[in-house]
Design a protein around this ligand. Sequence first.
Ligand code: NAD
Ligand code: UD1
Length: 339
Amino acid sequence: MRVLLTGGAGYIGSHTALALLNAGYDVVVLDNLSNSSPEAFRRVEALTGKKAPLIIGDCTDGDTVRAVFENHGPIDAVIHFAGLKAVGESVEKPLDYYQNNLDATMALCRVMPEYGCRALVFSSSATVYGVTQEMPLREDFPTGCTNPYGWTKWISERILTDVAKADPSRSFVLLRYFNPIGAHESGRIGEDPAGIPNNLMPYICQVASGKLDHLRVFGNDYPTRDGTGERDYIHVMDLAEGHLAALDYALKNSGVEVFNLGTGTPYSVLDIVRAFEEANGLTIPYEITPRRPGDIAVCYADASRARDVLHWQAKRDLKQMCRDAWNWQKHNPRGYGDK
Ligand code: NAD
Ligand code: UD1
């Protein structure tokens, strides 16, 4: 069974590639390296003892995608991670986001049937639920977004749904990720953000390493237990394993299905700080600052559908997320720049 991973050199893609190779799948990666390093993939090969072709190319280009199917086939399924993902940047450069993220989805939709490939698993996001008040979030809740990045996920979901409606032999699984954090337990692969991190866990890791001075906690006046924002953090290896379950489902079914991939448990910013300190025996200095524009108070999944239908649920706890995040940061203070 051979699977094409678009964006497979990135954070979630590299962890999923590792899980797939360990489970006996053949893997082909197409990545333009716009936000990743080939070193991530070399390490995946070293950790698994298996080889997988990394094709450096753009997934928005139909001919490039076609050449991958032609030269590295037969490809049985696609997991489509490739995309730009920085919310703030998407507000400044909306056209770059719409073009990259939507053209990539459409190029795959066009080329796959030329090679008899029906099954695709798509990286969507909890961001498509917008500012819904009711928690936990269920897959059938109304959707809507607050920024161009979110809309690219929302529109991609729409495109895939319409394409599957027009051709019922297709099988698309849309995965709405909550907040992936942590790293593979080896500490050899992990999240390698460019510049100053936007997201909480990579920021905490850089404070722990001394690279950044202190954490800014964005608001302590939310209607939550301790006033700070609550999220559903999920270990990236649990998320990776969720893709194996989704892939299996996509190969055995047809039509479109949507699943949340989260733990179903919300933690506040201060919960994360304390858990990180306890798990790693470190102190994280922080100050409370005003809210970050665009943030919501609480966001967590109803994870029961993935459990009942995909027979998958997250296994790793917050302590392990914190330990593995720091283990990666500690051993790779400059990310993949430090080989
Ligand atoms: P990432 O940036 O580490 O990985 C994305 C990969 O796609 C990168 O390696 C990048 O070089 C590649 N890429 C981008 N555009 C491409 C193109 N046109 N052609 C080929 N390769 C291209 O991000 P990630 O955190 O691993 O996220 C993977 C997917 O999951 C993305 O689609 C992202 O939007 C989505 N997602 C991520 C999160 C998160 O918190 N990390 C949450 C929800 C959804
Ligand atoms: C952000 C994105 C979301 C994306 C997700 C995963 C925004 C508005 N949303 O979600 O679209 O899917 O990342 O990549 O950018 N926090 C601090 N200090 C920091 C960083 C974060 O207090 O330095 C707080 C935030 O206010 C939030 C929590 O930590 O309450 C988590 O933040 P973050 O990791 O950025 O994820 P999200 O905001 O949930």
